[in-house]
Write a protein that binds this ligand. Structure first.
Ligand SMILES: NC(=O)c1ccc[n+]([C@@H]2O[C@H](COP(=O)([O-])OP(=O)(O)OC[C@H]3O[C@@H](n4cnc5c(N)ncnc54)[C@H](O)[C@@H]3O)[C@@H](O)[C@H]2O)c1
Length: 283
């Protein structure tokens, strides 16, 4: 995408990010893949936005014939053929997304994919297929715009400091640690800096592992507590100063402005775009 194309794209999606409706935007018919927590949230957000119209759900493992008042299909093909959507939004499971993507691309239907854990080989196939068919596809591992900006600002700051630590805080039900976002933030900061950070080791740890984990010299701390949702703080330290960058997701609705912005932007793209940062030109 050229700089100008990005500027135009960002100008178009900026009102969506701010929650302002664009008077010139047509209503975009969408089908939602996955009727779980995220899929249902997408249906509600899309119904509340005059620029988007949710038509149906696809969920191979879903129960019943409807979800949130919309028809629920087990297979992709009948849902896509019956409703002819412009965009399919997918928050399902890495085992299902490739099946869905094939059915959508065969019909020239654009895709916005939020499902995580997708294999690299599938993303390679998707890139090739989307380019060959000249269909827009957005895959974003994190649709929270604030989290994407936190990673972007952290990359910018990385070369100015020799020391960095990340504290990620999540609800008690999160199974993995550190969070994928915290690990990716550390990796991107090291890449932006071109060398590992300098890690301060404690000479004596009276409680083992108190200094946390480590990626490229960035110390990672994971907090798990009931009452939390998803939070991350990046701390950078230098001579006589520190810089703290923090993002807080207080609910699943935090992902919706990013999802709706991607649904609107994917109309203007061709081929695969990975990450909201790439979509917004935050390279
Ligand atoms: N990109 C982001 O910002 C973001 C944010 C939150 C969640 N996610 C991801 O979105 C996905 C869904 O999250 P969720 O919280 O809605 O999960 P969920 O478990 O509530 O819903 C998943 C849905 O997928 C369906 N499903 C599961 N396995 C399937 C299979 N093999 N075939 C067909 N359908 C299947 C289930 O029936 C369910 O309705 C996960 O991969 C999660 O990590 C991404």
């Amino acid at each position: 995408m050229s700089g100008n194309a990005r500027d135009t794209l960002f100008t178009r999606i900026a009102p969506a990010i701010a929650g302002v409706q664009s008077p010139v935007m047509d209503s975009i018919p969408i089908v939602i893949s996955g009727s779980g927590n995220m899929g249902r949230q997408v249906a509600l957000a899309a119904a509340a936005d005059p620029a988007t119209e949710p038509l149906a759900f696809i969920d191979a493992l879903g129960e019943g014939d409807t979800c949130e008042g919309l028809p629920l299909y087990r297979d992709a093909a009948p849902a896509l053929d019956a409703h002819n959507p412009e965009v399919v939004v997918d928050f399902s499971n890495a085992a299902w997304t490739p099946v869905l993507a094939r059915a959508a691309l065969e019909r020239g239907v654009r895709l916005v994919i939020g499902t995580t854990g997708l294999p690299a080989a599938f993303l390679d196939e998707l890139r090739e297929e989307a380019a060959a068919r000249r269909v827009g596809v957005v895959v974003a591992p994190n649709f929270a715009i604030g989290a994407v900006l936190l990673m972007y600002f952290s990359r910018q700051a990385a070369r100015f400091f020799d020391h960095a630590e990340i504290i990620e805080l999540h609800h008690a039900g999160k199974v993995d640690a550190p969070s994928g976002t915290a690990k990716a933030t550390a990796e991107q900061m090291v890449e932006a800096r071109g060398e590992p950070f300098q890690r301060v080791e404690a000479e004596v740890q009276t409680v083992p592992d108190t200094r946390g984990g480590e990626v490229g010299g960035v110390t990672l701390h994971s907090v798990r507590l009931p009452g939390l949702v998803a939070h991350q703080e990046v701390l950078l330290g230098g001579l006589g100063q520190t810089l703290s960058l923090r993002h807080d997701s207080t609910g699943r609705d935090s992902f919706m402005p990013g999802v709706l912005a991607a649904v609107k932007a994917v109309r203007e793209t061709e081929g695969l775009v990975v990450g909201l940062d790439a979509l917004f030109g935050l390279d």
